[in-house]
Design a protein around this ligand. Structure first.
Ligand SMILES: [Cu+2]
Length: 124
C-alpha cells in the first residue's frame, strides 16, 4: 500500500468502525458519577463528579444540582486538562433529602449529551 492510499484508508476505516460501533459508543455518555445514581450518602458531598465515555468540553457543558422541587441549588462544570472525560462541580451544603443532578455536556465529537439522576443525602 502506498503512502497516499494509506492516508485515505486510515480515516475511512475509522469511519466504518465508528458506524459499526453504533451511536451508543459515538457520544460521551455518562459512565460513572460520584455520588452516583440512586446513591444514599451520609453527608452532603463536597463535589459532584461525572465521568463520561469520551472527551467533553467544560466550556460548553453544564452540571446542576436541584432539590426535589426543581430549584437549582448550584451549577458549574469544572474540567481538568489531564482528565478530559471528567467534569465536576462544587456542591452547596445539602440538607438531608433527595436531589437531582442534571447534566448537559458537549462531547468532543460535537454532540450534546444530556441526562439526570437522583441521589439522596440520608444521615443515619
Ligand atoms: Cu456523538
Amino acid at each position: 500500500m502506498n503512502k497516499s492510499s494509506r492516508r485515505i484508508l486510515g480515516p475511512l476505516l475509522a469511519g466504518v468502525l465508528a458506524v459499526l460501533a453504533g451511536p451508543a459508543l459515538a457520544h460521551s455518555f455518562l459512565v460513572e458519577a460520584t455520588p452516583s445514581s440512586k446513591d444514599h450518602v451520609a453527608a452532603s458531598p463536597k463535589t459532584v463528579k461525572l465521568r463520561f465515555g469520551g472527551g467533553v468540553e467544560p466550556k460548553y457543558s453544564k452540571l446542576t444540582i436541584e432539590d426535589a422541587s426543581g430549584k437549582v441549588l448550584g451549577e458549574g462544570a469544572i474540567g481538568t486538562p489531564d482528565k478530559p472525560r471528567e467534569l465536576s462541580m462544587d456542591s452547596p451544603e445539602l440538607a438531608p433529602g433527595k436531589y437531582v443532578v442534571r447534566y448537559r455536556v458537549l462531547s468532543t465529537d460535537g454532540h450534546i449529551v444530556e441526562g439526570n439522576y437522583e441521589f439522596t443525602v440520608d444521615p443515619k
